[in-house]
Ligand binder design. Structure first.
Ligand code: GS8
Length: 221
């Protein structure tokens, strides 16, 4: 592979994991080439660059691949560290930020997916778990403008891509996130004012349309 472009991101439209990497790159002001991947027909480049999981996002820096969204964000923060640091410098605060970023995958992501892929009792349990995890996050946020404190940080990058999926969760779940978690919505709107976020995250209606298409193509239970 030619090494003319030093930073390449393999991503896919509505993936919140891909959006995390894009936000981090934008925050740091890094020039990069974005290569959209068709996940139903994986490119030789994706298979070569991520032979283990064959998933996006993959960041390619000087021809070498880095995968897993949070690892990518941390890598970007380390390599381009001087610009808008995302992880705190204090070791305890860093550990806390990594914990909550992981919590978002373990709790928010898994529950949110079941809201639109399941029905009946399973869906009700998913809704309950989704709100439990969002409320825990609201407590962590407290009265701070961002999870990173006064500045946008690692946990903010990890969570904000989910915001453009809220409309989908709300439509399938028959609820409004704002009614239960108003602080979190204020936080999300604050993040949306950042250019790194607004130019990167997908349109909520397009996310919903893509989910409807996906459900038509693959019968989900
Ligand atoms: C998840 C990446 C992922 O699921 C991360 O990067 O944080 N833990 C990883 N990527 C999906 C697209 S988003 O739903 C993917 O590439 N799926 C392709 C497949 O499973 O074949």
């Amino acid at each position: 592979m030619e090494d003319k472009v030093k930073v390449i991101l393999l991503g896919s439209g509505f993936s919140m994991f891909g959006m995390r990497a894009r936000i981090a790159l934008e925050e740091k002001g890094i020039k990069y080439e974005y290569m959209e991947q068709d996940l139903t027909n994986k490119s030789p480049l994706l298979l070569e660059m991520n032979p283990i999981h064959k998933k996006i996002p993959v960041l390619i820096h000087h021809g070498r691949p880095i995968y897993e969204s949070l690892i990518i964000v941390e890598y970007i923060d380390t390599v381009w560290g001087s610009n808008a640091p995302l992880l705190p410098s204090d070791p305890y605060q860093r550990a806390q930020a990594r914990f909550w970023a992981d919590f978002i995958v373990q709790k928010v992501y898994h529950a949110s997916r079941r809201i639109w892929t399941t029905d009946g009792d399973k869906k009700e349990v998913a809704k309950k778990e989704f709100f439990e995890s969002l409320k825990q996050l609201e407590e962590v946020l407290g009265d701070k403008p961002y999870f990173g404190g006064d500045t946008f940080g690692f946990v903010d990058v990890a969570l904000i891509p989910f915001y453009c999926w809220f409309y989908t969760y709300e439509t399938f779940g028959g609820f409004k996130v704002e009614a239960e978690c108003p602080k979190l919505i204020s936080w999300a709107k604050r993040c949306m004012q950042k250019e790194s976020v607004s130019k990167t995250v997908a349109d909520e209606k397009e996310v919903y349309e893509s989910v409807l298409d996906y459900k038509k193509k693959f019968v989900l239970s």
